[in-house]
Design a protein. Structure first.
Ligand code: ADP
Ligand code: MG
Length: 451
């Protein structure tokens, strides 16, 4: 049965998903209406449960003709379990909810991520000022820097710092009302309140905050009604000496379509920016993260990651997590050499689009995209087409049938044949391998510039 399931899943899923998550799992037993699948570790189990359980159940039902319940278990004795589980927990915000303030009708309770505390924030020269300001605000809210406006690029720690203020405050006074909200959430609450004719409770809710943390305020651009309402919320809080903290990917005066009066309000406290971290700071962040998660990594592996992921701390951490997951699944040892395939920063950062694969292949092999989608059997064209199918399989998330569609409605077996052929040739032909790598780089660049 499991072999049949695997065969079918291979057709439905992309190659990386299939190889990392499905092929490495095993069917343990089938009893009555329940199938138990065994995975190498907890990280793997959670991932299967989250992403693939339905697909697997449907496939099994298809083959057996009746529905079965799928249970996923973990093989005994895996050390990475603790580490991996904590990552999975982090990715689902419901685990991190602190049920503090009582919500009024339409307004959700605040959610603070338990990991976003000061003690886990590594201070470097890039974030010294923002960190000091956040700490000052946490110690005496509503005094000096009101509002505190944190700005900096994606993944540089704005949300982390902002929530750290909340945690710190709650430690001092568990009753203080800390509201963390994204701008989007604020807008949604507002819209819901208008619909339900409950503006009163919306206003009461937001204006009762001791500290109001509003994330990604740049998204307020052009939303006239939200700006109007937020202006009043802001003023009420500010006049009452309550603290407002805002985070944005750019300073107030660069947010387009922001009312002048809001722009001036946002700028009246302190604007503190966070820059990308330097190498030393990146090393320190990785070390701290590894320490917290009880991971031992060779120094050169940490250096390798720190030197390849430079502009976004979320990606830096993501690379570390991927490395650990990969090692625990593959059973390889933790060396830079073994990690290269998963940590290749070029192609890894941006999932390639089918379109970019088409464009690059057409360009490099000097054929047209129509040729690639067509049925011509001319040698150069069918070669380019096979290369294209192979690359699409390697660097996109598309399944074999979907790739077939991209190439003008070819059968999935044709796609599979091409992928296997190119893959075999590549193994015995270094010049082809090099060519494929160049193509991959170009696809990566093309995908990125079009994102
Ligand atoms: P932003 O809100 O600026 O996009 P986040 O606050 O969400 O970024 O940070 C992204 C990830 O990087 C989070 O997991 C956060 O804990 C981590 N991080 C960011 N800055 C630091 C830092 N200085 N020290 C430790 N972890 C950090
Ligand atoms: Mg953020």
């Amino acid at each position: 049965l499991w072999t049949q399931v695997l065969e079918r899943l291979q057709l439905q899923l992309s190659r990386p998903s299939f190889e990392s998550w499905i092929k490495t799992a095993n069917a343990e037993r089938l009893e009555d209406n329940s199938l138990t699948i065994c995975t190498p570790n907890a990280f793997h189990r959670n991932w299967l449960q989250k992403r693939y359980i339905k697909t697997i159940a449907d496939t099994v039902q298809d083959i057996l003709g009746y529905p079965v319940e799928i249970h996923v278990t973990v093989a005994q004795g895996d050390e990475s379990v603790r580490f991996a589980e904590s990552e999975v927990a982090r990715s689902s915000p419901s685990n991190d909810t602190t049920p503090k303030a009582s919500p009024s009708n339409n307004v959700k309770p605040p959610e603070l991520n338990q990991k976003y505390v000061f003690s886990r924030f590594v201070v470097g020269s890039n974030s010294r000022m923002a960190h000091a300001a956040a700490l000052a605000v946490a110690e005496s809210p509503g005094r000096e820097f009101n509002p505190l406006f944190l700005c900096g690029g994606v993944g540089l720690g704005k949300t982390h710092l902002m929530q750290a203020i909340g945690h710190y405050r709650l430690e001092i006074d568990a009753n203080s009302k800390i509201f963390y909200v994204s701008t989007e959430q604020f807008t949604n609450d507002l819209i819901a309140s208008i619909r339900k004719d409950s503006m009163q409770s919306f206003r009461e809710h937001y204006r009762a905050a001791d500290i109001l943390l509003v994330d990604d305020i740049q998204f307020i651009e052009g939303k006239e009604y939200t700006q109007e309402e937020f202006f009043h919320t802001f003023n009420t809080l500010h006049e009452a000496g309550k603290q407002v903290v805002l985070a944005s990917d750019r300073p107030p005066n660069q947010i387009p379509k922001l009312q002048a009066r809001l722009c001036s309000r946002f700028s009246m406290g302190l604007i503190a920016d966070i820059q990308p971290p330097d190498f030393e700071t990146r090393m320190a962040i990785l070390q701290k993260k590894a320490e917290y998660e009880n991971m031992r990594l060779p120094r050169n592996v940490i250096e390798y990651i720190a030197s390849n992921y430079t502009s976004n701390i979320r990606e830096l951490e993501g690379a570390l997590i991927r490395a650990v997951a990969y090692i625990s699944i593959s059973g390889l040892s933790m060396t830079v050499e073994n990690l290269r395939p998963v940590l290749n920063p070029g192609i890894e950062k941006v999932a390639a689009s089918a379109e970019s694969v088409m464009m690059v292949v057409a360009d490099v092999y000097d054929v047209s995209v129509e040729d690639l989608k067509g049925n011509s059997r001319r040698r150069e064209i069918s070669w380019a087409r096979q290369i294209g199918m192979y690359l699409m399989r390697q660097y996109t998330d598309l399944s074999l049938p979907r790739i077939g569609e991209e190439f003008g409605g070819k059968d999935h077996t044709t796609v599979l044949y091409s992928c296997e052929k190119i893959s075999q040739l590549k193994d015995s032909d270094p010049s082809l391998e090099q060519k494929l790598r160049q193509l991959a780089d170009r696809i990566s660049i093309t995908s990125r510039s079009r994102n």
